[in-house]
Design a protein around this ligand. Structure first.
Ligand code: TEU
Ligand code: CA
Length: 597
């Protein structure tokens, strides 16, 4: 008996390791409001635009709609800089529009999830305006203010050397009161001081307000950053070209995080609400488990970033990294098994508004492979253990921005700041600049922010007006759009719908079943088994653009022999003719075989 075989059998005895919950059986569709659908022709997506597309979303078969922030904001970071949690960003619409949206979502049997950004606010929030006005203002302690440090030569420095995620130091000096405030992101995004119980109460009040309005829960922005080590220590500098390194060690899952999350959790529990915490910079699942372990009742699930950092290079996100299937296997399997074995829960995603498109990163944009690899990724992701998240456009196989785009076309401050800093530091280094542009095209955040491709008309039918969209459309919308896919039974859209339906049909197996990696050493195929009681499914995904001959491993042979095919991304499914030993997988082929009840 091989090692894997023993594992598959032991696991099948587990049955239900983790408690049932409605949000485990759901799937989520993420909307980026500015780029989804513009109803009034000003080039910016809006709430009425979303309302007009609710039937489309329903047809995909998702249960929850999560909107990236729509609260009032100066939009330095596309709404992740909130200036009023109780008002709506006017170009998106009004409070009445949001009420209408929630009603429309609920009328279709779906639920609305709000993006809650409370690690920081906008510097235009009234709280911060008060806070910066004087050292004695009652809001002073709502943010994190520190005295400068001075070197022997009298030069002023920030209180420590933590870097901002958007370049430069994480501290900005404020002349008015001669102190620095902390901002882990842009200087217009000051971090709230969660040590202050009044700040936490203000957050609780916002949560209750929206839950009472009909929100069914929250996606909590960088929620694992809210508790900082109050000593605010320096981080050792290892790369002299980067004097302000990431200080995550001192604030990612920091000292009081679980105390704060328990407080949020008790409100969420009261409303039986959905919650997903965004948790970057933590690679130890034990740390994240403390927030998502079922009985602890903090958060439902978390976005881990190990999967997204998989093609980042040694000098960070925009340095070349090499995506290798074996790394994906070990990352995915680590989180899948760990959460299952320890009563935790995974949020499953390959895309969001901060990431490159998954076909461009992990599949192939080549015309002959684009649809196939999109469907392969849907199979691979959608049938894992956890709650799947689909990002707008992913369901129709949208890809990254065109190769012809120059940096001037980018809109995101992360990429723009990075580019400016790099080109100033290394003038004339065209090789480095070219390489960086290549990496940006793979991983910059604008990739996911191009207008949703609804149809072949002007501006991809995203906007009907004469005003150009706030960010350019991709080049390929005439042939690659939602309207042609909805009516085509062989489209990625309908394939995704089929995957989500499988999860509904086989809830025990695909939602609550165990996960086991099969044929670990295979360089081209990602194969895993899901087991529940007498039921087994084997999910096979070919990540390569070649034909791959596969000898079926002993531990899953019986599934192939007795099994039936649940789904596959090629029209003629060769696996039905398997003679037992080996099969030939075509480029990016994916399918699922099933045995049992
Ligand atoms: O992102 C947090 C985060 O750490 C990243 O995904 C971030 O985009 C990346 O590290 C940059 O390299 C969240 C939001 O999703 C993002 O849009 C916001 O800009 C950020 O928080 C600040 O609110
Ligand atoms: Ca609009």
């Amino acid at each position: 008996m091989s090692g894997t075989e023993t594992q598959v059998q032991t696991r099948s005895q587990h049955q239900l390791a983790s408690g049932r919950a409605w949000w485990k059986e759901s799937s989520v569709y993420q909307i980026y409001p500015a780029s989804f659908k513009d109803s009034n022709g000003d080039g910016i997506g809006d709430i009425q635009g979303i309302i007009s597309k609710l039937d489309y979303i329903k047809a995909l078969g998702v249960d929850i709609i999560w909107l990236s922030p729509i609260s009032q904001s100066p939009q330095v970071d596309m709404g992740y800089d909130v200036s009023d949690y109780y008002a709506i960003h006017p170009p998106y619409g009004t409070l009445e529009d949001v009420e209408m949206l929630i009603k429309g979502i609920r009328a279709r049997g779906m639920k609305y999830v709000m993006d809650l950004v409370v690690n920081h606010t906008s510097d235009q929030h009234e709280w911060f305006k008060q806070s910066r006005s004087s050292k004695t203002n009652e809001f002073r302690d709502w943010y994190i203010w520190k005295k400068p440090r001075y070197t022997a030569d009298g030069v002023r420095h920030p209180p420590n050397n933590w870097g901002s995620y958007f370049s430069g130091p994480a501290w900005t000096y404020d002349e008015q009161t001669e102190e620095y405030y902390l901002h882990l992101f842009a200087s217009e995004q000051p971090d709230l001081n969660w040590e202050n119980p009044i700040v936490r109460e203000a957050v609780h009040k916002i949560m209750r307000y929206w839950l009472d309005k009909g929100a069914s829960g929250f996606r909590l922005d960088v929620i694992n950053f809210i508790s900082k080590d109050q000593r605010f220590p320096d981080i050792p500098v290892t790369d002299p070209s980067r004097p302000y390194p990431e200080g995550a060690k001192y604030y990612a899952c920091g000292p009081r995080i679980h105390e704060y999350l328990q407080e949020l959790g008790s409100i969420l529990k009261e409303y039986d609400a959905f919650s997903v915490g965004e948790m970057p910079s933590v690679y130890d699942p034990k740390e994240i488990l403390k927030a998502v372990e079922f009985e602890r009742q903090e958060l439902g699930m978390a976005f881990q970033f190990e999967i997204m950092d998989i093609d980042h290079g040694p000098q960070g996100k925009f340095s070349p990294g090499n995506f290798q299937l074996k790394n994906l296997k070990s990352v995915v399997s680590k989180w899948q098994s760990f959460m299952y074995d320890n009563n935790g829960w995974n949020a499953l995603y390959l895309e969001n508004h901060d990431q490159g498109r998954s076909i461009s990163r992990f599949g192939s944009e080549k015309p002959e492979f684009r649809s196939l690899s999109g469907k392969m990724l849907a199979t691979f992701l959608g049938l894992q253990s956890g709650t799947p998240f689909i990002y707008q456009g992913q369901e129709i196989g949208m890809t990254n921005l065109p190769e012809t785009w120059k940096v001037e076309k980018l809109r995101d401050l992360e990429a723009i700041n990075f580019w400016n800093e790099l080109t100033q530091r290394t003038p004339g280094d065209t090789k480095l600049h070219g390489q960086t542009m290549k990496e940006m095209r793979l991983k910059c955040r604008d990739n996911g922010r191009l207008p949703m491709q609804w149809g072949p008309g002007k501006f991809a039918d995203f906007s009907s007006g004469s005003t150009a969209p706030w960010i350019d459309t991709n080049d390929d919308y005439e042939n690659w759009n939602a309207s042609s896919q909805v009516s085509d039974s062989s489209s990625i859209f309908n394939y995704w719908a089929g995957i989500l339906k499988l999860r509904k049909t086989w809830v025990d197996l695909f939602v609550y079943g165990s996960y086991t990696l099969v044929d670990e050493s295979n360089d081209d195929l990602f194969v895993y088994a899901r087991l529940f009681g007498e039921s087994t499914a084997v999910v096979v995904s070919n990540f390569s653009e070649e034909n791959v001959k596969w000898s079926i491993p002993a531990d899953v042979k019986s599934v192939f022999a007795a099994g039936k095919l649940l789904v596959g991304n090629y029209e003629e499914l060769q696996v039905t003719d398997i003679q037992g030993e080996a099969i030939m997988l075509r480029p990016f082929e994916a399918f699922v075989v099933h045995k049992g009840e």
